[in-house]
Design a binder for this molecule. Structure first.
Ligand code: NAD
Ligand code: AKB
Length: 316
């Protein structure tokens, strides 16, 4: 039986940690990592099988699936919001086109799929605490591609029986890989700047509140969702809301100053402020809690403590 796992976009912020978690769980040889680029000395490439693969290359995707007896794809390849708004055509091509290639391959070869969505599916008309079900009117191209991704997931499940599942990840905060060109990247960059320079220039306003999550919670949510029995999942299967911690940029600075009292942050909003302003402040995740018992472990201070511990900071 085809039981190996293919991860697309595996060298990115999430792939770096998800591949490691999957290899620990299923064994190194069971996880085939792939990406459109190579990065010298990247742990994902040195710790097990890796293939160069563009998710737009349908033939190569099929060949990899058949040759490696793939049963599940974790589809992480994408262009994030800031890069996507600068290159809208590329964003649509990779995010929508790549997801279609993955879903067609899954239909042909009876694969399970994890295809992440984002809080970027919401637009300015959404309540500040975003419910699972509300009109989705994003004002970014990236957000539009994520809405289409969720719709495709539901379509392939309803019409072809493909077991596709997704999460609306909040902004993810981690230390093992850089953030990949999104609006929430300030919440990652700020740690490196605090340790290296003692100061940071933040590209959103001090009072900008966004839903965020520590990477350990995001990886656990991903694995838990994929472990959940299919009959426990309802209409949200294309993109479950999951809440981690929500904070304004100023609160992040204050939490960092618990460790580095001399750290200073100035605020110089750029175009990414517009994207942040179009997204909700918080996320309601009651459906995920009910259907597959989701619960986050990291609040703001716990996340900040874990980031400094992970970065090996000597804070004495
Ligand atoms: P990332 O930018 O760090 O990594 C994406 C990877 O995809 C990169 O390694 C890139 O080389 C690769 N890629 C780009 N084009 C490709 C192509 N044509 N073929 C194959 N690979 C290609 O992104 P991430 O943070 O790891 O995000 C993964 C998924 O999670 C995306 O769908 C993203 O929208 C979603 N998401 C991420 C966050 C977050 O904060 N990190 C939040 C919400 C949703
Ligand atoms: C981004 O900022 O683009 C991502 C996301 C929230 O989807 N981190």
């Amino acid at each position: 039986m085809a039981s190996r796992i293919l991860v697309t976009g595996a060298l990115g912020q999430i792939g770096t940690e998800l591949v490691d978690a999957l290899r620990k769980r299923h064994g190194v040889d069971a996880i085939i990592a792939s990406d459109v680029r190579e990065i010298e000395d990247h742990p994902v490439m040195s710790s097990g099988p890796f293939h160069l693969l563009s998710v737009l290359d349908e033939d190569e995707m099929r060949r990899l699936v058949v040759d490696n007896q793939i049963g599940t794809i974790y589809h992480l390849a994408a262009i994030l919001s800031a890069t996507g708004e600068a290159n809208p055509e590329l964003c649509e091509k990779v995010n929508v086109g790549g997801t279609k290639v993955v879903l067609e391959c899954a239909r042909e070869h009876n694969l399970r799929v994890f295809a992440p969505s984002s809080i970027a599916v919401y637009g300015p008309d959404c309540p500040s605490i975003a419910p699972q079900v509300t009109p989705l009117n994003p004002t970014t191209v990236y957000g539009e591609t994520k809405v289409v991704g969720e719709q495709l997931a539901v379509y392939y499940w309803m019409n072809h029986g493909v077991d596709v599942r997704g999460l609306r990840y909040p902004g993810l905060i981690s230390y093992k890989a850089p953030a990949g060109g999104g609006t929430t990247d300030y919440a990652v960059e700020i740690f490196h700047a605090a340790l290296e320079d003692g100061e940071y220039t933040c590209f959103v306003r001090e009072d900008t509140r966004l839903p965020m999550m520590y990477m350990d919670d995001a990886i656990r949510a991903t694995l838990d969702l994929m472990d959940a029995p299919a009959d426990s999942l309802g209409d949200a299967r294309g993109g479950y809301n999951i809440a981690g911690c929500s904070f304004i940029a100023g609160e992040l600075v204050t939490s960092i100053q618990r460790h580095l009292p001399d750290f200073t942050c100035t605020f110089e909003p750029d175009i990414r402020q517009t994207y942040a302003d179009s997204w909700p402040d918080e996320i309601e995740d009651d459906v995920a809690r009910r259907e597959w018992q989701w619960s986050p472990a990291f609040d703001l201070d716990a996340m900040v403590d874990a980031m400094f511990a992970g970065l090996g900071a000597n804070l004495d």
